[in-house]
Design a protein around this ligand. Structure first.
Ligand SMILES: C[S@@+](CC[C@H](N)C(=O)[O-])C[C@H]1O[C@@H](n2cnc3c(N)ncnc32)[C@H](O)[C@@H]1O
Length: 365
């Protein structure tokens, strides 16, 4: 039964356990400032692949029509998708989503490439190393708080060397636009945010979107909350959230992340929530555990290596440049440059390494 919720009575800071379409149908027009989500896209095996894809896209069209309806005229929608693959045949889903979003009356702003340094190594095609995030707005009057999300300039001390501005910094000292290639580390093993959910958003990726496209006190909606990352980041930055999740076990993880407290067995949903709690309360870390803990003890944050996105982006850029130079040199029969990180684990290659050694190490793996 449809019972439209009044704007004055929205389920603020709540995740509803159930199908997102039911929640969406009950929300009033133009009531949220930002929709951000990664929809499910394991398309099921029970249908022939092509038919399954069509059914999936029809369902997604209904969800996106509703998302667009509940979005305020100044609002933004971010939809993060990868590729659907069936026995080697690839369908990048953003290509299919683009016209659907346009048919909802939304205006495209960016197609963000979320690049990965690591992933499965394909044998019969190029290994997939990116997913996409589509940003659409409802009108031309939308929020973009660039100052809240600037990143360091590449050459921040570079100055004009002639003309009337000679000696002045040639770039904005507050930093630059982050651009549309993002390299937030995927939340997999060794990531302090990892919960039992198999495909979480990294919190920093969500923070960039929320800080860039909303103001304090505005409302963020995620129809597919999963482990609740969008809710957690909204809460951390003083925004309201509303959302839904179909699976009770992920819904529980989301509630536990939001509570920021241990459960009755002293467990946290992930290492980050545990570390945050210990840092705030001063309690001994050894009392606590987290769901996906491997060793006996939860490690301390001061001992953990946590790098910002810029670090990963720079090291990926360096790696790609190295790999392409090595490839170009091998094509031309020229000497292959020394791999700067031949030993892995961030250890630099010794200067004494002979060039010949790396060729034996199967450079093209
Ligand atoms: C890709 S995951 C989202 C992960 C999330 N971004 C996070 O950071 O944890 C998609 C989620 O949608 C949920 N889901 C699938 N169909 C749904 C539906 N019809 N309504 C609500 N949630 C659904 C799945 O259980 C899954 O947890």
């Amino acid at each position: 039964m449809n019972m439209t919720i009044e704007k004055s009575n929205l389920p603020l800071n709540q995740i509803i356990l159930g199908d997102c379409i039911e929640l969406l149908k009950n929300l009033p027009d133009e009531c949220v400032d930002l929709v951000i989500s990664s929809p499910p896209y394991n398309l099921g095996k029970e249908y022939e692949a092509k038919k399954a894809l069509l059914i999936y896209l029809e369902e997604q069209t209904s969800v996106l029509r509703e998302c667009s309806r509940i979005l305020k005229s100044t609002g933004s929608l971010f939809w993060q998708v990868g590729a659907f693959s069936d026995r080697g045949m690839l369908i990048p889903l953003d290509i299919r989503f683009f016209p659907i979003l346009e048919s909802c009356g939304l205006i495209p702003r960016n197609r963000i490439i979320w690049a990965r340094q690591h992933g499965l190594h394909a044998q019969k095609k190029f290994s997939c190393r990116h997913e996409t995030i589509l940003w659409f707005t409802k009108s031309d009057n939308y929020t973009f708080n660039l100052d809240a999300i600037r990143v360091p300039q590449k050459y921040q001390n570079k100055k004009h060397y002639r003309g009337s501005r000679k000696g002045e910094l040639s770039c904005n000292p507050d930093g630059k636009n982050p651009g549309d290639i993002w390299l937030f580390r995927n939340v997999k093993h060794n990531h302090e945010e990892q919960t039992i959910h198999p495909c979480q958003f990294p919190e920093d990726l969500v923070a960039r979107i929320i800080l860039g496209t909303t103001n304090t006190g505005e409302i963020v909606f995620d129809p597919y909350m999963g482990s609740g990352t969008v809710a957690v980041v909204s809460q951390d930055y003083g925004r309201y959230f509303i959302g839904s999740e179909l699976e009770p076990k992920y819904y529980q993880v989301a509630l536990r992340r939001l509570s920021k407290k241990p459960d009755k067995n002293n467990y946290f949903p992930n290492l980050k929530t545990l570390r945050d709690y210990v840092e705030t309360t001063g309690e001994a870390i050894d009392k606590f555990h987290f769901d996906v803990q491997v060793g006996k003890r939860a490690s301390e944050r001061s001992k953990a290596k946590i790098y910002p996105e810029e670090y990963h982006l720079q090291s990926m850029e360096e790696r790609l440049i190295y790999e392409e130079t090595a490839f170009a040199n091998s094509l031309r029969g020229e000497e292959i440059p020394v791999d700067p990180k031949l030993n892995g684990n961030g250890k630099k290659t010794k200067l004494s390494t002979k060039n010949g050694e790396q060729i034996e190490l199967n450079l093209w793996d």
